[in-house]
Design a protein around this ligand. Structure first.
Ligand code: NAD
Length: 478
């Protein structure tokens, strides 16, 4: 059993009440770690430490080049500790080890990417509109940033907030999910080794409704970078709006993956499988609605079933495993409820549709529904599990109308050999990311975020750093 502590002002501490929460390994069902259940006093101490580090500590006075070096060192430490970070997350949320190793590498790349930007933050010198006046702008860190992270990819989603914020010169309080905090706490150990001064990054663990809200509402906090579900995002956004705090919101999706009849069906099938069954469908970008042109529908469904039914479920530590467990019991139950809803709505279950009890752990078989229309709940609500809804369309216009008929707008896929059509569809899709003849490709160089109810602002890419800076205009009379 691992007993974790929180990082506040450079010290590893328990909650002031000594209360703890249990972390359950979703593959074994065993409690494998305990984490502190922070109280409001702990949240307050963390925010004050971050504020102090910004205003009075060395961090606020460091050169951009020195901040860059800290991030580079952190990137090196992430690489040399990749095994621990990956194994920790596999235990905590059941992610596949192979996928985690790749994700940890990507997190190190993110550190280097934002290290490279830290010393390229420039103000401007607009020509003055009168004699004897110098006018210029300074780009300054927004202040203390609260990073709120979900359970499905904690390390990567922490990094996508923390690295641009640190590059910009902000200080942080990180609040990982109560279901998967361990990789964030392991990350905290690396911050110390990288030489980040006390208080620059604080990590507090606990419940969203308890300390999450206390952090968001704290008067010394300037900005909230949030990834999570729609209802908690809405609550966080409302609390932040009361004090006019800035927010970045990375929320849910119901992403359409559109296959036209001129696509390579083999590629489209592989892309559809990766899009919905990768990470057992527990990704915000899951291609959960597969829109298939009517004349290839039956062939595509047959091919899809053939590939998905041989996907190997099991121990997430093994290299041959393709689908791991569902991360938490509540999520497992929610997915099974949605499968029942789809059946009750009259959808046709052509693969899976049940829990896989013989494996132990929280496993749900890859599930495919046909006969879906876009008004059904299974086509409108985020399931966040290995459940694919297949919807037929006649032509391009109908495909676009179905694809955009959703409150979400995170991602979308298009499969076609006709490049004219590809460009038309890309332009018309209401989504923050569109993939053509691929799916689920991600990289730190590309901005990521949603439109509509999928979010506000962007992570990754050069523009991510803008979310952590404000502009000060200076008028100097000489
Ligand atoms: P969640 O909303 O339940 O929790 C996310 C985080 O918010 C947790 O740390 C939680 O403790 C905290 N939280 C919850 N209520 C809060 C409140 N009132 N005040 C402050 N903090 C609060 O989400 P989850 O179940 O952990 O994650 C799954 C969701 O995240 C899905 O909807 C998924 O689509 C979304 N997600 C989005 C992206 C993206 O980049 N767009 C990426 C991954 C996951």
């Amino acid at each position: 059993m691992q007993n974790y502590q929180m990082l506040i002002d450079g010290q590893w501490v328990d909650s002031c009440s000594t209360a703890t929460l249990e972390s359950i390994n979703p593959y074994t069902g065993q409690v494998w770690a305990k984490i502190p259940r922070a109280q409001i006093e702990d949240a307050d101490a963390a925010v004050r430490a971050a504020h102090q580090a910004l205003k009075r500590g060395p961090w606020g006075r460091l050169t951009a080049g020195a901040r860059s070096m800290h991030l580079r060192k952190l990137g090196d430490l992430i690489t040399s500790n990749a095994e621990t970070l990956a194994r920790t997350e596999v235990q905590d949320n059941g992610k596949l080890y192979a996928e985690m190793r790749a994700q940890v590498n990507a997190v190190a790349q993110m550190a280097y990417f934002f290290a490279g930007l830290a010393d390229k933050i420039e103000g401007s010198v607009p020509p003055p509109d009168r004699a004897g006046m110098l006018t210029y702008t300074r780009r300054e860190p927004v202040g203390v940033v609260v990073c709120i992270v979900p359970w499905n990819s904690p390390l990567a989603l922490l990094a996508s907030k923390a690295f641009p914020a640190l590059a910009a010169g902000c200080t942080l309080v990180v609040k990982p999910s109560e279901h998967a905090s361990a990789s964030s706490l392991e990350f905290g150990r690396l911050l110390e080794l990288a030489g980040f001064p006390p208080g620059v990054v604080n990590i507090v663990t606990g419940l969203g409704a308890e300390i999450g809200e206390a952090l968001v509402s704290h008067p010394l906090v300037a900005k909230i970078a949030f990834t999570g579900g729609e209802s908690s995002g809405q609550r966080v956004n409302e609390l932040a709006a009361r004090d006019f705090k800035g927010v970045t919101m990375e929320l849910g999706g119901k992403s359409p993956n559109i296959v036209f009849d001129d696509a390579s069906l083999e590629d489209a099938v592989n892309g559809a499988v990766a899009g919905i069954f990768g990470a057992a469908g527990q990704t915000c970008i899951a291609g959960s609605r597969l829109l298939v042109q009517a004349n290839i529908h039956d062939e595509l469904v047959a091919r899809l079933i053939a590939v998905a039914k041989v996907a190997r479920m099991g121990d997430p530590n093994l290299a041959e495993t393709q689908i791991g467990p569902i991360a938490t019991k509540p999520q497992y139950q929610k997915i099974l409820e949605y499968i029942q809803i789809a059946k009750d709505e009259g959808a046709n279950c052509v693969l899976g549709g049940r829990a896989s009890k013989e494996l132990g752990g929280l496993f749900i078989e890859p599930t495919i529904f046909t006969g879906i229309n876009n008004d059904m709940r299974i086509a409108r609500e985020e399931v966040f599990g290995p459940v694919l809804s297949i919807i037929k369309f006649r032509d391009e216009a109908e495909a676009l109308s179905i694809a955009n008929d959703t409150v979400y707008g995170l991602a979308a896929g298009v499969w076609t050999q006709n490049m004219g059509r590809a460009f038309r569809v890309v332009n018309a899709l209401e989504a923050g990311t569109v993939w053509v003849n691929t799916y689920r490709a991600l990289g730190v160089h590309m901005p990521f975020g949603g439109v509509k109810r999928s979010g506000l602002g962007r992570e990754n890419g050069i523009e991510a750093i803008e979310g952590y800076l404000h502009t000060k205009s200076v008028w100097l009379n000489y």
